[in-house]
Ligand binder design. Structure first.
Ligand code: BG6
Length: 482
């Protein structure tokens, strides 16, 4: 099946930090792919803005290099690349000073969508927002896109929200969590709310527990300075895993509408119980497999920052009473594997004697790689010899169903196009981010006060030993990371 390309309005997209790492790796290659897909109307422009004193030609050359490096070879087409580069402009700008702002204003056009991507350190958000409005560059229809980390605790997130609110309405602010742009993550909502099959069972009466795993093989290489001040809890749980949890746990919104969806997610975050220390396991990878270990990437040889975390979380409402959500994420693990697994309860009464062959139903939603869903069901083992049971997967591989050799847009491409369309459904609202920090802060403060050290784990393993115990003591097991 070939997906439909939905047209968008003509736009000017200004990327602050247009020469930075995220712009090179994700934003510009993503925009090139949308251009190739026919989703960048003629006359739309991308304006890189950064401190470096570059000419337009220099900037285009830099972007050409980024495309060569980060777009798969079979998607690189000379004519298309040239067509895309022709849409690019560049302004040298000083985010905290006066240089470049009049030039940027001079480039702006009326009657097109104006979007400003803040791909810069959060400490510059306020300066840029202020200058955009002072110079009359942003108008009431303009949109701004802000990247994570959105604060490092509740106080700093509130301060960022307040700074942006001075110049923009909430309907103009697009806080990106790129997990919400992933195909399977959105599919999770389709599966839950476009089928009658799952929703009646989607509650404590029928669900035993939920596991959410985001395992990575990469380490913190090159990002040590940022990561050491962050750790897995701030870098992954407060945002990405929290968003996944919300989509699983939320009530059906009355409509697939930005505020209806975000209202329901917010209720979930507010219903999260505080997590006691015995339900948290933190780990840090040691040396091995050619890596000198986490601390070698940090400026602090005695760093206690976690590169792995596992937590048992409860959503305190009627639907989820007593159902644990086990979350885990870590770097330098055995495999890159992200999935959500929903394990159902046993049938109320067993009529078959084959207790050994029996397993619970599990719905596995696989985010990456090999996106898809698997529903593990029990059937009779074929052949004579009585009623023996076996578990088989009902396999729904999205790759087979949707790609057909065609390119599925990556998270950034989809989210940027949503900004141009003015659709905030897949972006975090200010109150949602604050609620997420309000739950996260005491957890982090707890281990800081106690002076907890993370447990060392081997690179290439499934994480620290203690994480196994977190499930074992409840009579459950983590699914294998593969
Ligand atoms: C980012 C984190 O937000 O997400 C990184 O800062 C992490 O540490 C990345 O590696 C994971 O994203 P993905 O899309 O590769 O799963």
């Amino acid at each position: 099946m070939v997906s439909r390309v939905i047209p968008v309005d003509v736009f000017d997209l200004v990327i602050f930090g247009g020469t930075g790492d995220l712009a090179r790796r994700k934003i510009l290659p993503g925009l090139y792919r949308r251009y190739v897909a026919g989703q960048m109307p003629a006359d739309s422009r991308i304006i890189g803005a950064a401190r470096a004193d570059l000419s337009e030609a220099d900037y285009r050359a830099q972007v050409a290099e980024a495309i060569a490096e980060f777009v798969p070879k079979d998607r690189q087409d000379k004519t298309a690349i040239q067509g895309f580069l022709d849409r690019l402009h560049y302004v040298a700008i000083d985010a905290t000073g006066t240089n470049g702002w009049s030039a940027l204003k001079g480039l702006m056009r009326d009657s097109v969508v104006r979007a400003f991507y803040f791909s810069v350190a959060p400490s510059l958000f306020g300066d840029i927002a202020q200058r955009l409005s002072e110079h009359g560059i942003a108008d009431a229809w303009s949109r701004i896109v802000v990247e994570k980390p959105f604060g490092r605790d509740l106080a700093s997130a509130k301060a960022l929200n307040a700074v942006l609110a001075k110049h923009f309405n909430e309907t103009q602010i697009y806080r990106i969590d790129h997990y919400l742009g992933k195909e399977t993550v959105q599919n999770l909502m389709a599966v839950r709310f476009a089928n009658i099959l799952f929703e009646p069972l989607w509650k404590a009466e029928y669900i035993d527990h939920v596991q959410i795993t985001v395992a990575e093989t990469v380490g913190v290489d090159g990002r040590g300075a940022y990561y050491d001040k962050s750790g897995a809890m701030r870098d992954m749980v407060q945002n990405h895993l929290m968003q996944l949890l919300c989509l699983i746990a939320m009530e059906p919104p009355y409509h697939f509408d930005p505020d209806a969806v975000r209202d329901e997610k917010l209720k979930v975050i507010r219903a999260l119980k505080p997590v006691p220390s015995e339900d948290i396991v933190r780990g840090q990878y040691g040396a091995g497999g050619g890596d000198k270990g986490y601390v070698a990437h940090s400026e602090n040889p005695a760093s206690r920052t976690e590169s792995y975390i596992a937590l048992k979380v409860h959503v305190s409402n009627w639907r989820w009473q007593g159902v644990p959500f086990y979350l885990r994420t870590g770097k330098r693990l055995r495999a890159r594997a992200s999935e959500i697994a929903i394990t159902f309860k046993q049938p109320p009464h067993a009529i078959f004697d084959d207790a050994k062959g029996w397993h619970e139903n599990v719905l596995v939603i696989r985010l990456q790689p090999n996106e898809g869903m698997n529903l593990m069901v029990m059937i009779k083992e074929p052949g004579p010899g009585g009623m023996r049971l076996m578990q088989v997967p009902l396999d729904m591989s999205f790759a087979d169903a949707i790609t057909d050799g065609e390119d599925v847009p990556d998270a950034y491409e989809r989210l940027i196009m949503d900004v141009i369309r003015g659709n905030q459904t897949l972006f975090m609202r200010g109150d949602e981010v604050e609620a997420a920090w309000a739950w996260t802060d005491p957890i982090i403060q707890g281990w800081e006060l106690r002076g907890d050290k993370p447990q060392t784990y081997d690179p290439g393993s499934s994480g620290p030993e203690d994480a196994l115990m977190l499930m074992h003591r409840d009579g459950r097991r983590w699914r294998e990371i593969r």
